[in-house]
Ligand binder design. Structure first.
Ligand code: G3P
Ligand code: CA
Length: 274
C-alpha cells in the first residue's frame, strides 16, 4: 500500500493564530472579533467548530449553552435555536471595559457565513470540537472547504489548518484530504507524550498544540526532530510570547494578535543571539 505523505506547515516562521478571533477585544467567534484579528496582523483566524442537530457547521467554543435556564448541547440544538444565544451580551457583561452596544445583536455564525464573508482572503485554523457527538462532521467540513475552493492551493501559508484533541477525527480528515496540515492538541503535560504517540503522530500530523506553560526547549527540539511543528496556546503576555519565539515555537494562539504582531516584528528586527 502506498504511504500518503503528511502535509507540511511553514518552517522558519512564527504564525499568529487569533484565538477565537481577537477575543480579548470583541466577542469570541463573531465577525468583529475575526475582522479585528485580521486588521491586527493575525496570520490565521481560529474557528472552534461544532455541528448542530440540523447538521449546520457553526463557529462556537463551548460544548453546551444555557437557554432559558436549561443546558443544551450544541449537537442537540438546531441552528435557529442556537442563534437565540447572543454572544455579545455575555461578552459585555464579562468584560465591561471592552463592551459595546453594537455587540449586543451579534449571533453565532455558520462556517458558510464566515467563508462567504472572508472568502480566500484570510487563513483558517479550524478545531473540530466534540466529533464523537456529531458523526460526519469531518466529511461535511471537507465538503465545504472544497466548495469554497480552499484546498489544494499554492499560497505562502496553507489556507486551512485543522486541529483537534481527538486523534481519530484528525485521521478521518487525513483519509479524506491528506493535503491539509493537521495539528493534534494536548491538554496534558508534554513530558507524558510517549515515544509511541510521537511515532503515531508522524503518520498523519504536521504539528501539535499544547498549553504554553508546558513548553520546554527540549520538547520543541524533540518535535522538530520528527518534523512536527509546535503551536502553544493561549499566550497573551509579551514576555511569554518572546520566550516561545526564543525556544523555537512555530506559532502561537493568542487573544491579542496586536501584542503578538508587535513582539514578532521586534524579534525579526533583533533576533536573539545564540
Ligand atoms: O485550539 C487550541 C486552543 O484554542 C485552546 O483550546 O479550549 O480555547 O479551544 P480552546
Ligand atoms: Ca480552539
Amino acid at each position: 500500500m502506498k504511504t500518503v505523505e503528511r502535509a507540511s506547515l511553514p518552517g522558519n516562521d512564527f504564525l499568529i493564530i487569533a484565538h477565537r478571533g481577537a477575543s480579548a477585544y470583541a466577542p469570541d467567534h463573531t465577525f468583529p472579533s475575526y475582522e479585528l484579528a485580521v486588521a491586527m496582523g493575525a496570520d490565521y483566524i481560529e474557528i472552534d467548530l461544532h455541528m448542530t442537530r440540523d447538521r449546520q457547521l457553526v463557529a462556537f467554543h463551548d460544548r453546551s449553552i444555557i437557554l432559558e435556564g436549561e443546558e443544551h448541547a450544541i449537537a442537540n440544538l438546531t441552528l435557529k435555536e442556537l442563534q437565540n444565544f447572543l454572544p455579545g451580551r455575555i461578552f459585555n457583561e464579562q468584560l465591561p471595559v471592552m463592551a459595546s452596544k453594537s455587540f449586543e445583536s451579534l449571533f453565532v455564525p455558520t462556517l458558510e457565513d464566515i467563508f462567504l464573508h472572508f472568502k480566500d482572503q484570510v487563513n483558517y485554523y479550524i478545531e473540530i470540537k466534540s466529533p464523537t457527538a456529531t458523526p460526519g462532521i469531518e466529511k461535511e467540513l471537507i465538503h465545504q472547504l472544497e466548495s469554497y475552493q480552499l484546498l489544494n492551493r499554492s499560497d505562502r501559508f496553507p489556507k486551512v489548518i485543522i486541529q483537534s484533541y481527538n486523534a481519530d477525527s484528525l485521521k478521518k480528515v487525513f483519509e479524506l484530504a491528506p493535503s491539509i496540515p493537521l495539528v493534534k492538541l494536548y491538554s496534558q503535560d508534554t513530558t507524558s507524550i510517549s515515544k509511541g504517540e510521537i511515532r503515531d503522530l508522524e503518520k498523519y500530523a504536521s504539528g501539535v498544540g499544547v498549553n504554553h506553560s508546558l513548553v520546554t526547549i527540549d520538547f520543541v527540539n524533540r518535535l522538530h526532530d520528527k518534523g512536527l511543528a509546535i503551536h502553544p496556546f493561549v499566550v497573551n503576555d509579551a514576555d511569554d510570547i518572546q520566550a516561545l519565539l526564543n525556544m523555537g515555537a512555530d506559532g502561537i494562539f493568542t487573544d491579542k494578535p496586536d501584542i503578538a504582531a508587535k513582539v514578532k516584528r521586534s524579534h525579526l528586527r533583533e533576533p536573539t543571539k545564540p
